[in-house]
Design a binder for this molecule. Structure first.
Ligand SMILES: *Cc1c(COP(=O)(O)O)cnc(C)c1O
Length: 380
């Protein structure tokens, strides 16, 4: 049997489909010379908002900067508590810390891997009782592309008067009951890092918001707080713009995006069928964007064995994430500052020993998926 090598993320199949369009779009930017704030940025912003089903989109330099601009716009800083899951990428927690605020880590659900609502409510009450920090914001993460429980998060944020930010860096294209991510929270941060569901050829990101005023504020913040005319600085901002060339690339990729989301869901269904009950597989919920396909194994020893089996079979995999954020040296101080006697983050700690992400992209064939699943099962 001749078998094609399997990639963890697709970097070539998609490119081959749009090569001519990419050349034309990039050539147009080269000819115009408008490398910053060119018309492609505005065109992309309009198309992103339309894709999300309404509201406004603001292109920015990365997913991390999208999170930062959204928090700067709310004036989040010293003395503020920002609640976020302990099981996520470091960027989610880094941003409040950079702004002088304190991340308060929340445990996650063992099946969805997203923020645990009951634990969140408990920690909001604990922060209020301690009285050192002011609860200001919740950052929900749609981990691996699975939308968090946004209706419930919204109700909780409203009840406590908190700003609700969606870190949808892994989940653009996802929805709940047909209403896309981008429309659920007060602001939604997207990343166009190359391996995300919609990726560019470098760094990039965007903010989605239902508010025209907020969109204008985000545009000011991404350009050093300028407004009311060039070199008129109204507020402290940053250099957080999206390059015109990256916008041009994203415009080509956006044309394939709907179909790619369907093909990711198809690959996830093939995996679930092939893996059966041999491991904990992700639930096939409609609206999952399948940024990653992540299984859960019973313990660290089994995971190590499966990793070795896949390595031997030449199949790539990833471990997102090997350490919960509260165990990272960079967050030790913040963790204890947030809550003096924080309850354990048991599920987040367990998952770091158990999860493993298998190849996931729209260009996988069923034969490739079956080959990966067979290698996983053989190593159990
Ligand atoms: C990738 C990612 C980010 C950061 O996005 P960048 O574009 O790399 O800055 C933030 N949060 C999560 C959950 C991510 O996966």
């Amino acid at each position: 049997m001749t078998s094609t090598p399997i990639a963890l993320f697709d970097m070539h199949g998609q490119q081959a489909l749009i090569r001519e369009k990419l050349r034309t779009r990039i050539d147009a930017v080269l000819a115009s010379g408008r490398f910053i704030n060119g018309p492609e940025v505005t065109e992309l912003e309009e198309k992103l908002a339309a894709f999300a089903g309404g509201g406004y989109a603001v292109g920015v330099s990365s997913g991390t900067d999208a999170l930062q601009i959204a928090m700067m716009a709310e004036g989040i800083g010293r003395g503020d508590a920002v609640f976020l899951p302990a099981f996520t990428y470091t960027a989610t927690a880094e941003v409040p810390l950079v702004l002088g605020a304190t991340p308060v880590f929340v445990d996650v659900d063992p099946h969805t891997f997203n923020i645990d609502l009951a634990d969140l409510e408990k920690r909001i009450a604990l922060v209020q009782a301690e009285g050192k920090l002011k609860p200001r914001a919740i950052v929900g993460v749609d981990l691996f592309g699975r939308p968090a429980d946004w209706p419930a998060l919204h109700a909780l944020a409203d009840k406590h008067g908190l700003f609700l930010l969606d870190d949808a860096a892994q989940a653009f294209g996802g929805d709940i009951q047909g209403k896309r991510l981008g429309r659920w929270a007060h602001a939604t941060a997207l990343s166009f890092y190359p391996t995300k569901t919609l990726g560019c050829y470098g760094d990039g990101g965007a903010l989605l918001t239902p508010s025209e005023e907020k969109a204008a504020l985000y545009k000011s913040l991404r350009t050093h707080g300028e407004g009311g005319g060039r070199y008129e600085v109204l507020r402290t901002g940053m250099n957080g713009r999206l390059d015109t060339i990256q916008a041009a690339i994203l415009l080509c990729k956006l044309e394939l995006f709907d179909q790619e989301l369907k093909d990711r869901a198809k690959a996830a269904a093939w995996y679930n069928e092939a893996l059966g009950n041999s491991v904990q597989v992700p639930e096939l919920v409609p609206g999952h964007a399948w940024g990653l396909y992540t299984i859960r194994l019973p313990d660290l020893e089994t995971r190590t064995r499966v990793q070795e089996g896949l390595k031997a079979a030449g199949i790539p995999f990833g471990v997102y994430y090997p350490k919960p954020l509260h165990h990272q040296p960079a967050y030790q101080g913040a963790h204890t500052a947030g809550l003096t006697a924080a309850p354990a983050l048991t599920v987040a700690e367990q998952l770091c020993h158990q999860v493993m992400s298998l190849p996931m992209h729209p260009y996988l064939t069923q034969e490739q998926v079956q080959r990966v699943a067979a290698a996983v099962k053989a190593a159990l």
